[in-house]
Design a protein around this ligand. Structure first.
Ligand code: SAM
Length: 356
């Protein structure tokens, strides 16, 4: 973007949309921390794994400075024409307030589950056997696990609060590696698969960048798929299907790109390998796989304490094994070439190619 006026307008528009958004979710985070501190004092159970110690004693200013770096990168991508000025589509004020209420209403139940170490509420006679066992858990201690409509409705607020309003900006960092392989090609003839698409937030940004690109979202949750279809309703060439990442219902070599965001840390090691094998199988030769997930141990040593603490406070049963997982080695065995990792705040983008 060489025109100074256009650059100024873009920067002002970016700040005008992103900063109030960050303030909204960081404000929720602040209230949650205050409530958690009060609850710990009430229960006189101030443990060493409490939230402030849990941040691995990482300075909050360091966190905010790294968050600012993420936003600077997000804006730089817009200015470089990699994707347009983002629209987060959080909904009208009434929708945001309703989701905020849903979010706060669930906190006591989350607290109760955390205290009782109750993580299997969603494993019932009705659900057992219909989904893999590892899936039937109350991840993050949230009500309904991945299975209920309310959970799908609350999910984006929960994630944004956890990341102080930066979840969407992190998701967008998976777009530059797609831009590299899509540039100069007819988007209508390409196909992208987003595995574990959740409520469809990432696919929304994909469509903002490539409106005519046919995309498929796959997720094991019927409720989350319904929410994704609704969220993506204004786009054409979108197909959201219920299915397991370990057995993608698509032929070999049928996609030019596959993506998977914020999910590999929630899969046990065998499922991670099966899902990666499926990514390798459904990619066309020359296709690109982009994973975006938490930083791993050693990526940013100052963050290691926070990463080790995280699964103790949130129910994340497979996070410990994720922290040490060697994705490059798994990908190599599947015939994928690991290109690079790029840090994005507390996440990183992992880029792999399937050779021609
Ligand atoms: C933490 S959320 C991430 C969702 C989304 N990618 C995002 O950016 O927010 C994890 C998602 O993975 C889905 N999931 C977990 N295991 C799965 C599996 N084996 N197959 C398909 N989806 C799965 C869950 O239903 C949930 O929607």
């Amino acid at each position: 973007m060489s025109d100074p006026l256009a650059r100024t307008v873009t920067r002002v528009a970016y700040m005008a949309t992103q900063l109030p958004r960050l303030a909204w979710y960081a404000g929720h985070d602040y209230v949650v921390r205050r409530l958690a501190a009060q609850a710990r004092r009430r229960n006189a159970t101030l443990r060493r794994d409490g939230s402030s110690a849990g941040a691995g004693n990482l300075d909050q200013w360091r966190i905010y400075s790294d968050l600012a770096d993420l936003l600077a990168q997000d804006l730089a991508n817009v200015e470089a024409g990699i994707y347009p000025l983002p629209h987060d589509h959080d909904g009208a004020l009434f929708t945001r307030l309703r989701r905020s209420r849903l979010f706060f209403e669930d906190l006591p139940a989350i607290h109760r589950r955390r205290e009782r170490k109750d993580t299997r509420e969603v494993m019932t006679a009705a659900t057992a056997g219909k989904r893999p066992d590892y899936y039937l858990q109350n991840f993050h201690h949230q009500s309904g696990g991945w299975l209920s409509e309310d959970s799908a409705d609350r999910y984006d607020t929960q994630v944004e609060v956890l990341f102080k309003g930066s979840a969407n900006a992190m998701r967008r960092q998976a777009l530059p590696p797609l831009h590299e392989v899509f540039a100069g090609r007819d988007q209508r003839r390409l196909r992208l698969l987003d595995i574990a698409c959740g409520t469809g937030r990432f696919l929304d940004f994909v469509k903002q960048a490539w409106p005519r690109l046919p995309v498929v979202g796959l997720d094991l949750s019927e409720a989350y798929c319904r929410h994704a279809r609704n969220h993506l309703g204004r786009w054409s060439r979108v197909n959201v299907v219920v299915g397991n990442a370990e057995a993608v219902p698509a032929p070999d070599a049928s996609f030019d790109a596959a993506t998977c965001l914020f999910t590999f840390h929630e899969l046990p090691p065998h499922a991670r390998r099966n899902a990666l094998r499926e990514c390798a199988r459904v990619l066309k030769p020359g296709g690109r796989l982009v994973l975006l997930d938490s930083l791993q141990r050693g990526d940013e040593p100052d963050y290691d304490g926070m990463l080790e603490w995280f699964p103790r406070n949130y129910h994340e049963p497979y996070y410990g094994s994720y922290l040490g997982e060697d994705f490059s080695a798994i990908a190599r065995r599947l015939g994928l070439k690991h290109r690079r990792d790029v840090r994005a705040f507390v996440s990183k983008v992992m880029v792999f190619d399937k050779p021609q």
